[in-house]
Design a binder for this molecule. Structure first.
Ligand SMILES: C[S@@+](CC[C@H](N)C(=O)[O-])C[C@H]1O[C@@H](n2cnc3c(N)ncnc32)[C@H](O)[C@@H]1O
Length: 219
């Protein structure tokens, strides 16, 4: 594929570290709109197999579900098609426009909002009530360490005791050239374990670790 070749060339020319620095320099909107307007290399239509197993194996039943950083909406559209009351949010309006078009084309009822998950005020003014299930497929690992507490505040504001939280992130053994995006499992534990019980943590694919967490009863 031509674009894959191009991506490889850029990585060979600049290396993951420089490419990542250029990426960080772009402002948040350009950074997340541009790829969706041209080519979002990470976009994979097929939901992660662990999600399919949890849903189709009956471990996670239809409920109110949110996908954070949903991109083009593939996974929340999948959940909505299985009877979940699905909401997807993303900071990229290009991604959300494409997600809405995809849901409409597939005749799936799913709501999408352009929202910055680090902006608790904006989140609280748009999102009402709690979600029983929140999933994040590779959004959290793009959030800088210093912003992760903001992410946690929004997550806490939208979950109730017992809510499930599914998180897929690059793990230390991943071969990604973007080494800066790798999330140390100890950092995940340090950030979440006060409010969430980590039920399971497993290497899901060559690249990704899946964490299954449950919001604690009282904190
Ligand atoms: C690597 S992409 C993954 C997209 C999608 N979950 C997937 O797996 O295809 C990261 C996504 O997180 C979104 N994102 C990054 N920071 C965000 C924020 N602060 N609030 C909401 N979405 C954000 C980006 O726009 C992008 O769609």
């Amino acid at each position: 594929m031509k674009t894959e070749g191009l991506k490889r060339r850029i990585l060979e020319m600049f290396g993951g570290e420089v490419a990542h620095k250029l990426w960080v320099l772009m402002n948040k909107l350009t950074r997340w709109n541009l790829p969706y307007a041209i080519y979002a290399s990470w976009n994979i239509e097929e939901p992660p197999k662990e999600l399919i197993e949890l849903v189709e194996g009956g471990c996670v039943e239809p409920c109110r579900a949110l996908e954070v950083g949903c991109g083009m909406g593939n996974y929340i559209i999948y959940l909505a098609s299985k009877g979940f009351d699905g909401v997807g949010i993303d900071v990229s309006h290009v991604a959300i426009r494409r997600a809405k078009a995809k849901a409409a084309k597939r005749n799936v009822n799913c709501r999408f909002y352009v929202l910055d998950f680090l902006d608790l005020k904006a989140i609280s003014s748009v999102m009402k009530g709690f979600f029983d299930l929140v999933m994040d497929h590779c959004c959290f690992h793009t959030i800088s360490k210093q912003d992760r507490r903001l992410y946690l505040s929004s997550l806490k504001s939208l979950t109730h005791p017992g809510s499930l939280y599914l998180l897929w992130e690059f793990h230390p053994g991943s071969s990604t050239p973007f080494r800066q995006l790798i999330v140390d499992p100890q950092d995940v534990e340090a950030l979440f374990s006060h409010d969430f019980k980590i039920l399971e943590q497993r290497i899901a694919t060559r690249e990704y670790m899946l964490y299954i967490m449950e919001r604690k009863n009282s904190v």
